[in-house]
Write a protein that binds this ligand. Sequence first.
Ligand code: SF4
Length: 698
Amino acid sequence: NSEAFDTEVDSICPYCGVGCQLTYQVKDNRIINVKGREGPSNLGRLCVKGRFGFDYPRHPARLTKPLMRKPGVPKGVDPDFDPANPLTHFYEVEWDEALDFAARGLSHLRAEYGRDVLAGFGSAKCSNEEAWLFQKLVRTGFGSNHVDHCTRLCHASSVAALIECIGTGAVTASFMQAEQADVVILTGCNPAVNHPVAATFFKQAAKKGTKILILDPRGQALNAYAHKVVRFAPGTDVFLFNAMLHVIVTEHLYDETYISQHTEGFEALKQHVMRFSPEAMAPECGVEADEIRAVARLYANADKAMIFWGMGISQHTHGTDNARCLISLALACGQTGRPGTGLHPLRGQNNVQGASDAGLIPMVFPDYQPVTEAQVQSAFEELWGTPLSDKPGLTVVEIMHAIDAGTIRGMYILGENPAMSDPDLNHARSALAKLEHLVVQDLFVTETAQFADIILPAAAWAEKDGTVTNTNRQVQMGRAAIDPPGEAKPDWWIIQALANRMGLNWHYTHPRDVFAEMKQGMNSLNHITWDRLEQEESVTYPCAGDDEPGQDIVYSDAFPTLTGRAKFSAASPLPPDETLDAEYPVVLTTGRQLEHWHTGSMTRRSNVLDALEPEAVASLSPTELQKCGLQPGDDLVITTRRGQIILKARVDPLMADGMVFVPFCYVEAAANILTNAALDPYGKIPEFKYAACRLSGN
Ligand code: SF4
């Protein structure tokens, strides 16, 4: 196809937080091919999603006009509904009517019941500018801080721990630094599947001699590149990490100079970890004491070491504690602030870092500035010219509970799909059905849109301009390559049109205008301008000068805390919210597949990706499959205390016995019907990585 294109447009991959730069090749207003570009985080490489997941914008089910629910059609996920033929349940309306209806419903609820009855979910798949506008609409138009997005289901606990301990929620160094490290710990992450191009940097590092240590209950493809693999029992992370800290303390492997110059609270941590000897923790986490000692020594004795983690760490009721332990390991060993060192939670969606920075978070304004601080509040009141609430808003799962309780009555959901992505879906879906007014903005009639009163058709990523920020803090430029189909509009345009109908007075003509406003409220964007990004494609924040590329490695001298020091925060082990018993003896864990993105709304509508992984599967070990009396490909029934799904059994020798893994992208066997909505108390993130379940044949 590369012979036949009319134009080439440089942009960014719409899927994961690696932020690969790519070039769309376009013919007749259709993307026909994608090439990797020499971006700083991908060096020309792309994974299968970036390379082949480009045709969903022209899928026949794309929304091309606003849709209004037909009177009498019940709200809910109807298995017989065909998103390509939505006129069975909805009817088409013109934009003016749709926007008037959407705004009138939200304004009416606010006038009738007060500003706290409305909430919004923005999207980590939208641009920084759209995230900024969305949270601004909720705070200034709805009048509350009830605005959140999928970071709450992803790395909110990591961010809570990082802000508490080092004063900021972003990574301290890029994943490219792995090639400079002597030792790299990968824990609770599966980069070959979830951050595939980042995984290539880990493979290159291993080839150059970096010792890769993989600590995880599940096996993974990168095990083949690992110096050491430690498989521990699911949910026992804090036991293992505290035992490693015990070794580091008792064997005096810590870095006294770094600790005295850059940290506080080490004496308390030392006392705390004395209870967690490797011998005492070995039976808890299922790892031999000698193995715990070996891995602790390898990390602590390295000259340069990095820790990378994913949602295997964060998606637990003790997710913040898990991240606190990892931060303590790095601080105790002086492993931040130099090349080849650092702490790096691998961010999920392509713009989850940027959307969080831009303020799609209920307890902070943009740049993580607390809504409760009077000075911050007045600065944003001055910037936006309107009074703002100083009350932290509700988070994703809390909003579902609030709908159930009748305290949230109306919502605006942009690009998120809680009817597939929230835990305990039966509860989440019954809550969505109770909303008195739901506005959904998306590319397709998603499962969530099936609950909407009005659906607004949005442009896809390749159809609009905007900036995004990847896991490395690299702010990058995305460009429109094709036109939206029919009457679909860019999200920023729709948000503004809705805002103006709710009494605001916005006049942005292009995302460039929004970016200019963002710079007034976000110091993180100092020295980063739209024009620079147009020319240079990527600038890392923080950036100290107009001619500098930005800081890949941060906090060499001081941390952004009040004292300039990082803080040790001790964590005690807590069991998962659910325990195994005779009725539910197996651990269910959920996540993504290489070929499919989140709830599947885009990748299941990409021909190549759908062909590669066309149906719902569960992965389990040969022993576990045998225990069920099943063969590969047989129907497997998975039951938890909340529900049941049926899907194909797949043997995966890398799975631990006593576990089953289910991807959450398949509506026909929605994994989140099974998951537990119990929350981490700090990050408010649900426990997607541990639910008690029962397996059987159909
Ligand atoms: Fe896209 Fe992530 Fe794959 Fe890169 S690694 S091509 S950003 S999905």
